[in-house]
Ligand binder design. Structure first.
Ligand code: 5GP
Length: 187
């Protein structure tokens, strides 16, 4: 894989990575979001093959065994992973591939593809993160607690990343992300 074509976006659950990614994809046709596999159940409105490939735990284990995943991790009781074929799909379309993944996976990608650009998305404050996680109303209380616990660990590792972007105002965060991607990837 060529230098600079892989972009890793990480940040705690509820920080708004999904919205940021959606907006940046709309603006830049040359970007491609890799679709992950997960053992999590689909949320309302999530579409197979678009948001995730939803698989059973045994299918996920098979993919791990067969070496089909570029990285994988357990997150809040479910497994998530990036299939090589998803990365390849973007590359074959001549695009820059974005992986929107959690911390453990981002570390695995750093080891496998050290040239990948890694960006960490931070919330404006801890209170705001908690408020966002609760207000999206998608997860049970126990899932929210697990996600908050994990968020603490992730935020503590933010300095491991090449850049940090605070997602306070969406437009400001988007512009910063764009300037990082295009200044860094194009050079
Ligand atoms: P959610 O359940 O909210 O869709 O995702 C939970 C967490 O899993 C998020 O932090 C998301 O970035 C991460 N995630 C999604 N896909 C992958 C993946 O393929 N690999 C890893 N390591 N994390 C992922």
């Amino acid at each position: 894989m060529k230098t600079g074509k892989l972009i890793v976006l990480t940040g705690p659950s509820g920080v708004g990575k999904g919205t940021l990614v959606k907006s940046i994809l709309k603006r830049h046709r040359e970007l491609y979001l890799s679709v992950s596999v997960t053992t999590r159940l689909p949320r309302e409105g999530e579409i197979e093959g678009q948001h995730y490939y939803f698989v059973s735990r045994s299918r996920f284990e098979e993919m791990v065994e067969a070496g089909e995943l570029a990285e994988w991790a357990e997150f809040a009781g479910n497994f998530y992973g990036t299939p090589y074929f998803s990365i390849q799909q973007g590359i074959s379309e001549g695009k820059w591939v974005i992986l929107e993944i959690e911390l453990e996976g981002a570390r695995q990608i750093r080891n496998k593809f050290p040239e990948a650009l890694r960006v960490f998305i931070l919330p404006p404050s801890w209170e705001e993160l908690e408020r966002r996680l609760r207000s999206r109303g998608q997860d049970s209380e126990s899932a929210i607690s697990r996600r908050l616990l994990r968020a603490k660990e992730e935020i503590e590792a933010a300095a491991e990343f090449d850049f940090q972007v605070i997602n306070d105002d969406l437009e400001v965060a988007l512009q910063r992300l764009e300037s990082l991607l295009f200044a860094t990837v194009e050079s």
